[in-house]
Design a protein around this ligand. Structure first.
Ligand code: ADP
Ligand code: X2W
Length: 266
């Protein structure tokens, strides 16, 4: 494989919008070189759970995953969403292979220990088999990961898709120059959540802390940015957060969205 690898994470609001998803997948198919897609799908899981009478509870951006909810997310992420994405990518000429972390033993996790909160079957990533993922890439395949992992006891576990993307990117960074792009439905990290054009071009940890304290960066953006800064800190070359329509520009470095910066040296 080439030494450049692009890892893209696509969020649940885009997955839930067929037109936006089609545009994104078409752009993804056109990206040059080796690539990996990691998808969320939280919104679809919540909708399906409701239809099945399973109640959704989120704490700090993580889904409380009891046994009935585990069945829902396994069906939705590992089945419905993953296979629809793979089929659409195949039609666009991408030889996609749909995976969970359990497949080929690529993303091993541990059930999150119960402290104040019992998250149930939520997995914290322990180990990524980047050699195996590299093998898929060398076969000309494009891995498409669902946000599911497994543990040594044989459980399938629910893992936040932003975390899945960041941990895979960090491990692959030992084998390639990795760019990680988080795509969602806004133009980037916004300085004012009510103004869709107030994109922060470059975000340092210091500026992030200021916006977090002021409450202008909140909710799902906090775990996303924690994961994104963690990736940059641990060897991923470039991390960008952008609109799904701007994925191609983000990959070429054309200035789309928000680019993360390491701390300013003292
Ligand atoms: N400053 C901010 N800029 C952009 N989005 C923000 C900001 N603060 C909070 N958010 C929220 O974070 C959400 C993205 O997080 P999340 O829903 O977890 O995304 P994803 O669907 O990609 O997993 C946005 O939809 C937005 O509502
Ligand atoms: C443990 C946990 O919270 N897992 C997430 C996995 C899906 C996800 O992250 O989807 P988005 O990227 O669309 O938010 C969940 O079930 O919501």
């Amino acid at each position: 494989m080439s030494t450049q690898l692009t890892i893209i994470k696509i969020g649940g609001n885009v997955i839930d919008n067929p037109d936006a998803l089609k545009r994104f997948l078409t752009a993804f198919a056109g990206l040059p070189g080796d690539k990996i897609l990691i998808h969320g799908g939280g919104k679809v899981a919540t909708q399906v759970a409701e239809k099945l009478g399973v109640q959704t509870t989120m704490v700090d951006g993580r889904r409380i995953t009891d046994r009935p909810m585990l069945d829902v997310v396994t069906m939705v992420y590992g089945g419905l969403v993953n296979k629809q994405l793979v089929a659409q990518l195949q039609a666009l000429g991408v030889n996609a292979i749909g995976l969970t972390g359990a497949d080929a033993g690529t993303v091993l996790a541990r059930k999150r220990p119960v402290k104040e909160i019992d998250y149930g079957f939520v997995g914290d990533v322990v180990e990524v088999d980047s050699g195996q993922i590299l093998y898929f890439l060398r076969q000309g395949l494009t891995p498409v990961y669902a946000p599911l992992t497994y543990d040594e006891a044989g459980n399938i576990l629910n893992t936040n898709a932003d975390t899945m993307a960041s941990t895979i990117a960090v491990d692959m960074a030992g084998r390639a120059t990795v760019s990680l792009v988080y795509c969602f439905e806004k133009k980037g990290v916004l300085a004012n959540p009510d103004d869709d054009d107030s994109v922060i071009g470059q975000l340092s940890p210091e500026l992030y802390a200021e916006h977090k304290a002021a409450g202008t960066i909140n909710k799902g953006m906090i775990p996303k940015l924690d994961n994104a800064f963690n990736a940059l800190d641990k060897g991923v070359s470039r991390v960008v957060i952008c609109h799904a329509d701007e994925v191609a520009a983000a990959v070429t470095g054309a200035g789309a969205g928000t680019t993360l910066r390491l701390p300013t040296p003292a």
